[in-house]
Design a protein around this ligand. Structure first.
Ligand code: ADP
Length: 457
């Protein structure tokens, strides 16, 4: 039996013994027992009251009441819990201090905002980057201090809660209203309900070096364009020259094919640098008759296709898209061209342009060709990524087609989804938002058109 229980039992036995002794001496057994037990209870309650007072006064270790038995055990257990929680508090405090030190010394401006975008805390970097004042700005709305419409819209539209761990935090790049020609990249990370972390970093140097790289690629491609056109032109003439010996003709033909490949590469590089260096404003958007565009591209590609793949289409002719026609045409051309180039003879390519119930519009280019292994799918839109390098080069692929498709889709706020299964086929879907979809101006024949073109015929 525990010590404290033994002590308590002895105390009760002492009260009983005093009751018996009183009964023997006075003959008043009931009265004697009542007094003895009452004495015990009063003593016990007095001790409890002492403990309660001690707890009310902050339960300091040096002021702990002197107790024995079960009450001493109670005080001891309470003090042990108190020591443990003090240690835990100390550990947490050290952790919080360390974290605050880390955040304070981050090379980025960091601001904690509540659900109303009011500043809860910020690190010293935010004083220089966002010109926040540590004395007057805590509690102020950040969108009142950084008065840029795109920044205000970004704060309003960014999610309050993290939708998924793997989702990247939304980012906005804007011209700093404080520095001369400085650019800031701002990210908003939801921390918990009604609490978001805003991170702002100066990306001026990064953007500058990207611009230099882009200009270099654009200039180099531009410079290569004219000499390549001349070379390809002469090679084309020479390969058809009947005076050329057979062997020389074959070599010239190979050189011509390579010159054409380089021309394709230069055109794709120029396209990418154009896409990167400008954004689409509302006034740049044209009403594109996508169905007509698809039909024209199918006709051209079919003429040039040497194999026996066939193209089927189901196109909503009433459905137009607000965007850049050259870019959308390049998307259609790349997707259908890929389906013809990367698949064996006999493949059927299906092109669909249709409205969705949500008001969005979708372009689908599907084929029942060789399909793509799932491990390649996340990389297909990377520049120069090819599933089969040899085959792509042999068929004149530049490795930039799907990068262009992805870029154009993003510029039109559209979503590119790629589904493919090895041996079954591939499907490339681009879903355009409802605000870019419009009815085409009325024409005589404006129904859904389902066509079949077999390039071999
Ligand atoms: P490329 O110039 O090589 O066609 P892309 O960026 O257009 O470059 O495509 C990347 C790779 O994706 C291609 O090399 C090819 O291996 C694969 N690919 C694209 N479309 C298809 C398709 N419809 N069927 C099979 N493979 C495809």
């Amino acid at each position: 039996m525990s010590d404290y229980l033994g002590q308590e039992i002895w105390r009760v036995l002492l009260a009983v013994f005093l009751g018996v002794l009183g009964g023997l001496l006075s003959g008043q057994w009931l009265l004697s027992f009542t007094f003895a037990l009452l004495g015990y209870l009063i003593w016990f309650w007095y001790r409890l009251w002492q403990i309660n007072q001690w707890l009310l006064n902050g339960a300091k270790a040096e002021e702990a009441p002197e107790c024995h038995g079960i009450l001493a055990q109670l005080v001891y257990r309470f003090q042990r819990l108190q020591r443990k929680s003090a240690m835990r508090k100390q550990r947490l405090q050290t952790l919080v201090t360390r974290l605050q030190g880390i955040i304070a010394n981050l090379p980025y401006a960091t601001v904690v905002l509540n659900g109303q975008n009011e500043i809860q805390w910020f690190n010293p970097r935010a004083i220089t980057t966002l010109q926040l004042n540590p004395h007057t700005d805590p509690g102020q709305r950040l969108d009142n201090l950084v008065r840029l419409p795109e920044f205000q819209a970004f704060l309003d539209q960014a999610p309050q809660t993290m939708s998924s761990e793997s989702d990247p935090a939304p980012e906005l790049v804007l011209e700093s209203p404080f520095g001369q020609q400085d650019f800031l990249a701002v990210q908003l990370v939801p921390i918990e309900q009604d609490l978001r972390l805003l991170i702002a970093r100066n990306v001026t140097d990064q953007l500058q070096s990207q611009k230099i790289r882009r200009n270099f690629v654009a200039n180099a491609s531009h410079e290569l364009r004219s000499p390549l056109t001349v070379i390809a032109g002469y090679l084309e003439m020479l390969q058809e020259d009947p005076a050329m010996p057979q062997q020389a003709q074959e070599m010239i033909h190979v050189a011509f094919k390579q010159a054409q490949r380089m021309q394709g590469l230069v055109e794709d590089l120029l396209m990418i640098s154009r896409l990167e260096s400008s954004s689409i404003d509302d006034q740049d958007r044209q009403l594109i008759p996508v169905a007509q565009c698809v039909e024209e591209i199918i006709t051209t590609l079919s003429k040039n296709h040497k194999g026996t793949c066939s193209i089927e289409s189901s196109l909503d002719k009433q459905l137009c898209l607000k965007g850049r026609e050259t870019e959308i045409a390049s998307v259609i051309q790349n997707l259908i061209g890929n389906a013809l180039r990367h698949n064996p003879d006999g493949t059927t390519v299906t092109v669909t342009w249709t409205a969705l119930r949500t008001g969005e519009a979708r372009l689908i280019v599907a084929d029942n060709g060789r399909g793509i292994d799932t491990k390649h799918l996340p990389h297909l839109t990377e520049r120069f990524y090819r599933v089969d390098k040899g085959r792509s080069k042999k068929h004149g692929g530049t490795g930039l087609g799907l990068a262009i498709v992805q870029h154009v889709a993003q510029r039109h706020q559209a979503r590119l989804d790629i589904h493919s299964e090895k041996g079954i086929g591939s499907e490339f879907r681009i879903t355009f938002p409802a605000n870019l979809v419009a009815a085409c101006p009325a024409q005589d024949d404006n129904t859904v058109d389902a066509g079949v073109i077999n390039p071999s015929h």
